[in-house]
Design a protein around this ligand. Structure first.
Ligand code: OSB
Ligand code: MG
Length: 369
């Protein structure tokens, strides 16, 4: 595979509904699209960095800078035997996993299209459908939260995750259990607590939650291990797991019993597969996280989710929860049984609507070999 052309686009799309986490409320999504091309065949990747540096240090602007000024010159004109080699080729650049992942994932799409196989075959996936869950943001009231949960449960989703923060945690979960009884429920704190909150978080134990995601600081493995020793709810790490090495440390320390995999966070599909395999060797289940992706990133996530140790429903849901219209046609839908069929075509297997991409584009750059 030779990278003859690389294109960057900065896009902005309005969200169907606002999304609120412990770091704030957003109404639209900005992201960078990467297109790699050889002989008229194009592969596409979506950079999950957001406009702000709250989930991670990377932003759309830092990603653009690193992609344009450093990554593009390293890959344009270069030949790769296999997309698994792309991440290693970018080793000189420290960090910036989301920028790296966007190019690496575009390379996987291009490679699979050249081989004329669905991406999941190239990745080693074993399923033709995946189990879907939803992530529900912080709402203005408990009644609105229950309404959102009712809608998603009726739509068939296999599990519900709600965002929590101090002041929106025990009462929110209690209200959902009182309203709906037993159903697969979990919470995500996006690092809103400290170890001092351990006794408070232990109050969640009585609600039989599947897990609590990233309760403590993004870079704190030690305190997650201490917290896990003090609460019954399984800890799942998201923000903390930015490399295979850190995942090994976290598993060894007992800092988590479950891992959320987002390819953007770890540097792409190859690193995600390695993380998936590491977790499997340690009996740690993984699930696929979400970053409010358009249909392009979403399709990538679906293919990756077909690997066997993705044994819990992920945050990979229907397009219409996020964007209407999405950048792809047909949109990604969830069936009544809460599963998503993996697109069957070559590569990520979805049709990207050029007019919609053009309409959402705020900036564009191109490099040729
Ligand atoms: O922590 O999992 C997270 C969205 C943006 C940034 C971080 C997170 C999320 C979500 C949404 O939870 C998942 C989705 O529906 O795409
Ligand atoms: Mg999370």
């Amino acid at each position: 595979m030779r990278i003859e052309r690389l294109e960057l686009r900065l896009l902005k799309l309005p969200l169907v509904r606002f999304f609120e986490t412990s770091f704030g409320r957003i109404h639209d999504r900005s992201f960078v699209l990467v297109v790699l091309e050889q002989d008229g065949i194009a592969g596409c990747g979506e950079c999950v960095a957001d406009a702000n540096p709250f989930y991670s240090a990377e932003t759309t602007r830092t990603a653009w800078h690193i992609l344009h000024d450093f990554i593009a010159p390293m890959v344009v004109g270069r030949t790769f035997d296999h997309p698994r080699d792309v991440y290693g080729a970018l080793q000189a650049i420290r960090g910036h996993n989301m920028a790296k992942a966007a190019v690496e994932m575009a390379a996987w799409d291009l490679f699979a299209r050249q081989q004329n196989v669905p991406l999941r075959h190239a990745l080693g996936g074993t399923r033709s459908a995946i189990e879907s869950g939803v992530s529900i943001g912080i709402q203005d009231s408990l009644e609105e939260l229950a309404e959102r949960v009712a809608v998603e449960r009726d739509a068939g989703y296999r599990r519900v995750k709600i965002k929590i923060k101090p002041g929106w945690d025990i009462r929110a979960v209690d209200h959902l259990r009182a309203t709906f009884g037993a159903f697969p429920l979990m919470v995500d704190a996006n690092a809103a607590y400290t170890l001092e909150d351990a006794a408070h978080l232990a109050e969640l134990d009585r609600f039989d939650l599947m897990m609590i995601e990233q309760p403590l600081e993004y870079d704190d493995i030690r305190d997650h291990a201490r917290l896990q020793a003090r609460i019954g709810t399984p800890v799942c790490l998201d923000e903390s797991i930015h490399s295979i090495r850190v995942a090994e440390e976290a598993i060894e320390a007992g800092a988590c019993r479950i891992i959320n995999i987002k390819p953007g966070r770890v540097g792409g599909h190859r690193q995600s597969v390695l993380l998936h395999d590491l977790a499997a060797r340690h009996g740690i289940p993984v699930w696929h996280g979400g970053m409010l992706e358009s249909g392009i990133g979403r399709a990538h996530n679906i293919h990756l989710s077909t690997l066997p140790n993705f044994s819990l429903p992920g945050d990979v849901a229907a397009s219409r929860r996020y964007f209407a219209p999405d950048l792809i046609d047909p949109e990604i839908t969830v069936r009544a049984d809460g599963t998503i069929a993996v697109p069957e075509g070559a590569g990520i297997g979805v049709h990207i609507v050029a007019d919609r991409v053009a309409a959402a584009t705020q900036e564009r750059a191109e490099l040729r070999a």
